[in-house]
Ligand binder design. Structure first.
Ligand SMILES: Nc1ncnc2c1ncn2[C@@H]1O[C@H](COP(=O)(O)OP(=O)(O)OP(=O)(O)O)[C@@H](O)[C@H]1O
Ligand SMILES: [Mg+2]
Length: 287
């Protein structure tokens, strides 16, 4: 069974106009998700790409029931997110990490913060301590367990937010631009951690990102535009479609772009080059 099954998902936001009388008038309807279907198998690492406003965050929020489908359905391990009796189980199975770590920290000390999720799940207290220890070790933040989150860097806070999710022991973690507010070092730490969670702990990852280097960590890329999925494939498949990506307002990795330009000039390079090493290797065959 797929860990995640999205079926003909449509989500409309309704913007209301404030009016003097009590009844609110509908101002406009925004179709943020426009009939999306896809499956995710356990253990996959998927990057979700798309220009601003393409519906990435709206999709992410459906995966653990923070948003409900207007039409269609989302199933997490077969559980329909629309059935409120499933919500606790769903939130245990699929955790979500947002862009801004400041909005996700609830505790006044680190270990309290990490305990928040498992406490709410009703995990017995001796187990909570074990989970906190494991989660903080996992994100490399054990030394800070008694620190105040306010004194941590953005990257460290984001690792604490991830530890809070890990302590709930989910099978799937959704990350919505987790590195957007971090400096390069913070980004590197968080990405290394996400990759480890996928490869070593076999946690299914869906990561929304704008950064091409981050996209290359994934084994599958879903590209969204205007609320629809417009591409779905491996990084090599996706990045061989340079012109289409540009039309969708997306960049491609530098090596891919250069190889594309050289191909246009008649240099016979492969279409699936994504790294500098691959480009150098192919170019070296000509000298
Ligand atoms: N709470 C909301 N109320 C009304 N419209 C919304 C709301 N949240 C998002 N939208 C609209 O839905 C569409 C999709 O937004 P969403 O935030 O999902 O896109 P995104 O791909 O995550 O964008 P970004 O790259 O800027 O984060 C946009 O047109 C956005 O303006
Ligand atoms: Mg977003």
């Amino acid at each position: 069974m797929a860990i995640l099954d999205v079926k003909n998902l449509i989500h409309k936001y309704i913007a209301y106009e404030d009016s003097q009388d009590e009844s609110q008038e509908i101002k406009e309807e925004i179709k943020a998700i426009d009939d999306i279907s896809f499956h995710v198998e356990k253990g996959e690492f998927i990057a979700i790409l798309g220009r601003n406003g393409s519906g990435k965050s709206s999709l992410a929020k459906h995966i653990n029931g923070l948003l409900m489908p207007t039409e269609g359905a989302v199933y997490v391990k077969g559980m329909d997110t629309k059935d409120y009796r499933n919500l606790l189980n769903i939130r245990q199975s699929a955790g979500i990490v947002f862009q801004n770590p400041d909005n996700q920290i609830v505790g006044t000390i680190v270990e309290e913060d990490v305990a928040f999720g498992p406490e709410n799940m009703g995990v017995p207290s001796e187990d909570i301590w074990k989970r906190i220890t494991r989660a903080l070790e996992g994100v490399g933040m054990s030394a800070y367990k008694e620190a105040s989150p306010n004194h941590l860097s953005g990257g460290q806070k984001q690792r604490i937010a991830i530890a809070g999710i890990m302590a709930m022991e989910p099978e799937c973690i959704v990350l919505d631009e987790p590195t957007a507010m971090l400096d390069p070092q913070g980004r590197r730490h968080v990405l290394t951690l996400v990759k480890e969670l996928n490869q070593e702990k076999k946690i299914t990852i869906l990561m929304v990102t704008h950064h091409m280097q981050e996209v290359l960590l994934a084994d599958r890329i879903i590209v969204m535009d205007h609320g629809k999925i417009v591409m779905d494939g491996t990084p090599k498949e996706i990045f061989s479609r340079v012109e289409e990506l540009k039309k969708l307002g997306l960049e491609v990795p530098y090596a891919t772009e250069l190889a594309h330009e050289l191909r246009k000039e008649g240099v016979p390079l492969s279409e699936d080059i994504t790294t500098r090493e691959e480009l150098v290797e192919e170019l070296c065959q000509f000298v």
